[in-house]
Design a protein around this ligand. Sequence first.
Ligand code: CP
Ligand code: NVA
Length: 301
Amino acid sequence: MRHFLDIHTTSPKELRRIIDTGRAIKEARKGKPKGALDQETPLKDHVVALIFEKPSTRTRVSFDVGVRQMGGSTMVLSGADMQLGHGETIADTARVLSRYVDLIMMRTFEEDTLLEMAEHATVPVINGLTNRTHPCQIMADILTFEEHNGPIRGKKVVWSGDGNNVFASFAHAAKQFEFDLVFTGPPPLDPEGSLDGLYSIVRDPHEAVEGADLVVTDTWVSMHDPQSARERRHNQLRGYQVNRALMDSAKPDALFMHCLPAHRDDEATSEVMDGPNSVIFDEAENRLHAQKAVMKWCLES
Ligand code: CP
Ligand code: NVA
């Protein structure tokens, strides 16, 4: 049984296998209606629990549709409506759910909640975002990069903005997929020091993006950040907005990514988001294909 908890805890060989499988799964469904079954249905007779303790559009819908296309059925659960939100332990919840379902995907706040779920579950557990990481997103991003610009190994990726959970998974991926990752942002919003990833810091955003093959950003205030930090963060991050001038400092064919949801004209301008270098909706689509590969991998042993 395999959990998919993080990119740095999954080997480069397995990660590569998941990306290549995601690509093949995508290819094999070309032209089919969204509700049609895949040719291979590894989730036939399987039930998947999708637990959300935070809001979601992409993760919720892409997992739900992905499970159905692979022949399984889903149960979307809100943490607040479960006994989990009313004092039942995570360990007991994990043991109980494992008696009913074949796979658990969880989006939660503290990383420890996810790790405890995985420790006590007897079915695979998938990380659908915590305050610390978002590995499924980055698997979709690698798939997207490679579809457009070929192998990511040796390429230069620049993150402009907050050193948050999505950045952390990029830093893990930089180590496992061997690309060069540069963080540019204000010191108070630097990534946490204990990250088991690889990146360098360049404070000047224009200098940072020179020669970049990919420029990435994310919201300036994440779901786990206090709303009271909003104004301060906007002031700290304004100079790191991804706009046309910043994209002009990157390679002419550099891609622009954002995991979405975006606050248009804050962290990135609409001109960039809707411009020729943007692949944001391919990224969103690829959540579906990459996660189907993740689920397939989890159930293989
Ligand atoms: N990118 C992402 O995880 O989006 P949702 O919050 O809509 O799931
Ligand atoms: N950093 C964002 C990502 C949302 C998909 C958050 O955690 O809110």
